[in-house]
Design a protein around this ligand. Structure first.
Ligand code: NAD
Length: 291
C-alpha cells in the first residue's frame, strides 16, 4: 500500500519503520527533523497525504490532530483511509472523523496500548472506532504494527475504550502502590505480599505484570529506577482525557477523579515528571497518613 505517516515521534517512528520493513511504500512528515529507516520524508502534511491509500497520524493531542486533519483531508482521494492512532479526546476524534467522511474518506480512530516497546516490536493493541470497511482495509497494517486490533464500534469508540482502560490502569496502579506501602508499615514482606495478591482476588496487570516494587515479580520499570516504561506524564494526560469525557457524558467517576488529582500532584508539584507511572510506590513510602 501507499501510506502517508504524519507524526514520527517515539511511537510513530518505529510504527512507520515496521510498515516500511514489511514492504509498504511509506512517505513521512514531521515538524521535527527526523529520519526513519525505509521512510521517504517530505516537507508537508498535505504532500505526505496526496495519492495515498492510507494516511496514518500519530500526534500529541486533539488540537494538533484537528490542524493536521485540515491539511490532509482535502489532499486525500475519496475511498482512502485516515487512520489516527494518537490518543486524543473523544470529541476531537469524532469531529475529525465527521470531516473525513464528508470528504468521502474512511475514518478510523485507533489509539494504541503497548508503549514504545510495543511500537518497536510490532506488538501494539489497537482499539478501533469507525466504519467496518475502513477497519478491513487497515487490518493488514494493524497486523504489522500490532498483535491485536479490536473494532469497538463507531467513530470515537476507540478513544473511549482507551481512556476507560487507562482510568482502570491508573487507579489500579495507585492502589497497588499504596497497598505495598501499607504492607511495609505492617511488617509484611513484599515478596509474600506479591505471592499472595498476584494469585488472589487483588491481582491485576499492575501487580502481576508491571509490579511497582523493585526486585519483585517480572522485570518492570521499578527494576530500572522507575525509568519509563509508561511515563506518569502520559498517565496524567490519559486521566485528564477520561475526566473530560466523563464530564461531557455526565458520568460519575470519583475514583478516576482522585487518580487524576494524584497524578497531577505527582507530576506537577512533586518529583514525578519523567518517571514511570509506577513510581507512585516510592512516593507513598515517604508519606504519612493525611500528609
Ligand atoms: P512524541 O512527542 O514522541 O511524538 C509526536 C510527534 O509528532 C513528534 O515527533 C512531533 O514533532 C510531531 N508533531 C507535532 N506536531 C506536528 C504537526 N503539526 N505535524 C507533524 N508532526 C507533528 O509522542 P509519542 O510518544 O510518539 O506519542 C504519540 C501519541 O501516542 C500521543 O497521542 C500519545 O498520547 C500516544 N501514546 C503514547 C504512548 C507512549 O508510551 N509514548 C503510548 C500509547 C499512546
Amino acid at each position: 500500500m501507499k501510506i502517508g505517516f504524519i507524526g514520527l515521534g517515539n511511537m510513530g517512528g518505529p510504527m512507520a519503520a515496521n510498515l516500511a520493513k514489511a514492504g509498504h511504500d511509506v512517505t513521512g512528515f514531521d515538524t521535527a527533523d527526523v529520519e526513519i529507516e525505509g521512510v521517504t520524508m517530505v516537507s508537508g502534511a498535505a504532500e505526505a497525504a496526496t495519492g495515498k491509500d492510507v494516511v496514518i497520524t500519530m500526534l500529541p493531542n486533539g488540537d494538533i490532530l484537528k490542524k493536521v486533519a485540515e491539511e490532509i483531508i482535502p489532499a486525500m482521494e475519496a475511498g482512502a483511509v485516515h487512520l489516527d492512532c494518537s490518543t486524543v479526546d473523544v470529541d476531537s476524534a469524532r469531529a475529525v472523523a465527521e470531516k473525513a467522511r464528508a470528504a468521502g474518506l474512511s475514518a478510523l480512530d485507533a489509539p494504541v496500548s503497548g508503549g514504545v516497546g510495543g511500537a518497536q516490536g510490532g506488538t501494539l493493541t489497537f482499539m478501533v472506532g469507525g466504519d467496518e470497511a475502513g477497519f478491513e482495509k487497515a487490518k493488514p497494517l494493524f497486523d504489522i504494527m500490532g498483535r491485536k486490533a479490536v473494532h469497538c464500534g463507531p467513530s470515537g469508540n476507540g478513544q473511549a475504550a482507551k481512556i476507560c482502560n487507562n482510568m482502570i490502569l491508573g487507579a489500579t496502579m495507585i492502589v497497588t502502590c499504596e497497598a505495598f506501602a501499607l504492607a511495609d508499615r505492617l511488617g509484611l514482606d513484599r515478596q509474600a505480599m506479591f505471592d499472595v495478591v498476584s494469585t488472589s482476588s487483588g491481582s491485576s496487570w499492575s501487580m502481576n505484570t508491571y509490579c511497582p516494587a523493585p526486585g519483585i515479580g517480572p522485570e518492570s520499570p521499578s527494576d530500572n529506577d522507575y525509568t519509563p516504561g509508561f511515563a506518569a506524564d502520559l498517565m496524567l494526560k490519559d486521566l485528564r482525557l477520561a475526566m473530560q469525557a466523563a464530564e461531557g457524558a455526565d458520568a460519575d467517576t470519583p475514583v478516576g477523579e482522585t487518580a487524576m488529582k494524584l497524578y497531577e500532584r505527582f507530576v506537577e508539584a512533586e518529583d514525578g515528571k519523567g518517571k514511570d507511572f509506577s513510581a507512585m510506590l516510592p512516593r507513598f513510602e515517604k508519606r504519612h497518613r493525611g500528609a
